[in-house]
Design a protein around this ligand. Sequence first.
Ligand code: FAD
Length: 470
Amino acid sequence: MHTIEQLNDGRNVFLNGQRVNVADVPIFRKTLALNNRYYDLQKSNPAVHTYQENGRTYDIAFKVPRTVDDLRQKHQAYQEIAQSNYGMLGRTPDFLNTAMAVLAERSAFLGHNQYTDFGENAKHYAQWIKENDIFISHALQNPALDRTKAINAIPSGYAGVHVLERNDRGIVVSGAKMVNTMAPIADDLLVFNPPELLLEKGDTSYAVAFATPLNTPGIKVICRKLLDHPGYTEDDYPLSNALDEIDAYIVFDHAFIPWEKVFVENDVEMSNRFFIESGMFIHTSHQDEVRGITKLEFATSLAIRTAKLLGLDGFLGVQEKLGRLTDNLELIKGTISRSETEGHLDEFGIYTPSEQALLAVRSTLPEYFETAMKAAQHFSAGSAVGVPGWAEFSGENGPILERALATDRATAQERAKLLNLVFDLTTAGFGQRQLMYEYYHGGDPMRIRSMHYPHEDLTDGNAMLDRLLK
Ligand SMILES: Cc1cc2nc3c(=O)[nH]c(=O)nc-3n(C[C@H](O)[C@H](O)[C@H](O)COP(=O)(O)OP(=O)(O)OC[C@H]3O[C@@H](n4cnc5c(N)ncnc54)[C@H](O)[C@@H]3O)c2cc1C
């Protein structure tokens, strides 16, 4: 765990045209403090959040699951971590730490070249992360400059990250990655490619995977615009003024990466296999979807609380809408449980959740989250946009507002705060980014679905069809 001051480590973080010290950006400070609850939970609830290995205590995310109960314990830990930030931080350390556990076990397939053993590098890196509780962020997706072209056909060289030169010490890379959530406040960056790298003319320079500290010379972290509202309080913007899981565009300019941090180089096939075959994809998906349910549960509760606050919950049509939200929540929770109980032991003896069940959650949860958001937004309607700034309550208008906005169900301030939360999550930039996150952070739902049905076990369905059609 690091403090925000420790991140003043020479990293090149840019915000709104200026190079910044991340400790000077108030919303980064708050976000890191929330992120660090991951470490606090290891102390306050060690029975769930830690495990023992060779006489040492580690965070549970690093445990290689061997049984369904291991997976369930990890589930509980992920859930409590997500609850500490209302499910709004998608890339807390548990996301990639669970990947490190399986990468260490499965890395031998990465092979070697004349300079280094990639499998050993991945194993040592994962061990180092575990022993030092390094916080990693990841940059996988290449910039969408022109998806009709191979990335090496885009002449600027910024359609991915590519190797410029190699020597007996390591590689020198340049290029860019499109979105890297949490990069400004993480320690390390894990760079790899999505599984279908499109390259032409035998160019393998973009086929690379490596890790590097975020303060490596030659790396620039260029942040998107912030979503908080300086000048207003957390009562006005309960979420967006409390956290911003900042996303950034990453530029590499002749960054040197020593061989011991390189896991794939000059090898398109390995680049394509890296995310899936390492086990990282499936195990991060488990963490990711547990976090997703937590957020869905938060949004569902918010919609129900809003309907009650505004006295709408007596109407049958509203009740039906609320029942739809709780149906959706149950379906998602049930499918996550199914992913755990229907898991299998892989060839390394790692208990692996059902991919079909997890992918069903991944492609569906964004729609359910949007439905819950929309319900809260529509229930609140004009009430949410009519909430005055919180400072009015302590100004000359305070006594009027306290009488005018109070109801049988809530004081003026209780009502205003809940409606502010609805506005923040459903209407303000923060909520819209959260919605985008759910749809796209784990890949395009359209593609996930299109790859889902060919892998579904429909033995029984097909047998019935065959019997009837014979
Ligand atoms: C908030 C947020 C945080 C993220 N954080 C990270 C991160 O930390 N690290 C990281 O590596 N990535 C991150 N991502 C990026 C994420 O991995 C990608 O956005 C995601 O994989 C989708 O890829 P894309 O954006 O290139 O969209 P594309 O795949 O280019 O798709 C864009 C749109 O075009 C449509 N489309 C594409 N092809 C077709 C077609 N053939 N027919 C019809 N429609 C098509 C898609 O359906 C989609 O609507 C993040 C994204 C978001 C939104």
